[in-house]
Ligand binder design. Structure first.
Ligand code: MD3
Ligand code: FE
Length: 207
């Protein structure tokens, strides 16, 4: 089911539901090769969200700033390749939302434990702003904040649950957004731990 949040921004509710077990397995395997870590922001704060990446480029932050790198600074190795299923899911979701030919080269994996949050920010480190961003929610529900083109604009908030996929492009590509501190809750499947994962697919380098 499709909800339009803003021009160019679409939520596909439950779009990834059938892939949830496979996605959890992939996150476990990927995070063995490239462990989750808490990055430092340029202002010296440590992020409460744990992060890792797969694909040709991975998003990192340190005292020098935000950027994409081909290798994991923790291990010195290339980021693990993006599994074909992940790439396909991102491409299918973007075409379902009206963007054809999405070809992501980066997948950021965010891990939220209860209390973890993502403060309001813009995603503007990608060279090719004509490509959308696709995000997939897994595990515990979260309250997503969606603002305007300035930090001051009031945010709309909407809940994201396991299997929801968001596609952002066009006019909403540079909108401020964030995630409220994760509330502890009963996981959607009793076998899961109290955690939320979010996969964010991006095209970083020019095609
Ligand atoms: C809205 N992650 O990693 S991506 C991020 O739930 C990030 O972890 C969120 O924001 C999370 O940068 C969700 C959703 C998203 C991504 C890009 C956007 C929303 C966006 C660009 C413009 C507007
Ligand atoms: Fe973001």
């Amino acid at each position: 089911w499709q909800e339009n949040l803003a021009p160019g921004a679409v939520i596909l509710r439950g779009y990834a539901t059938e892939y949830v077990p496979a996605l959890f397995d992939m996150i476990m395997a990927l995070s063995k090769a490239a462990p989750f870590r808490h990055l430092r922001t340029p202002s010296g704060h440590t992020m409460s969200v744990g992060m890792t990446n797969c694909g040709d480029l991975g998003w990192i932050s340190d005292e020098l700033g935000y950027r994409y790198t081909p290798t994991d600074p923790e291990t010195g190795q290339l980021w693990p390749p993006m599994p074909a299923l992940l790439r396909q899911l991102a491409e299918d979701a973007s075409s379902a939302a009206g963007y054809s030919g999405f070809n992501p080269d980066a997948c950021l994996i965010n891990r939220y434990y209860p209390g973890s949050r993502l403060t309001l920010h813009q995603d503007k480190n990608e060279r090719d702003m004509s490509q959308p961003i696709v995000s997939v929610s897994l595990g515990l529900p979260a309250m997503f904040l969606f603002g305007g083109l300035t930090r001051e604009q009031t945010c709309k908030r909407f809940p994201l649950t396991q299997g929801d996929v968001m596609v952002w492009g066009g006019p909403s590509r540079l909108n401020y957004h964030g995630v409220m501190p994760l509330k502890d809750a009963i996981p959607p499947s009793p076998a899961q731990e109290s955690v939320r994962y979010n996969l964010t697919f991006r095209r970083v380098s020019a095609i």
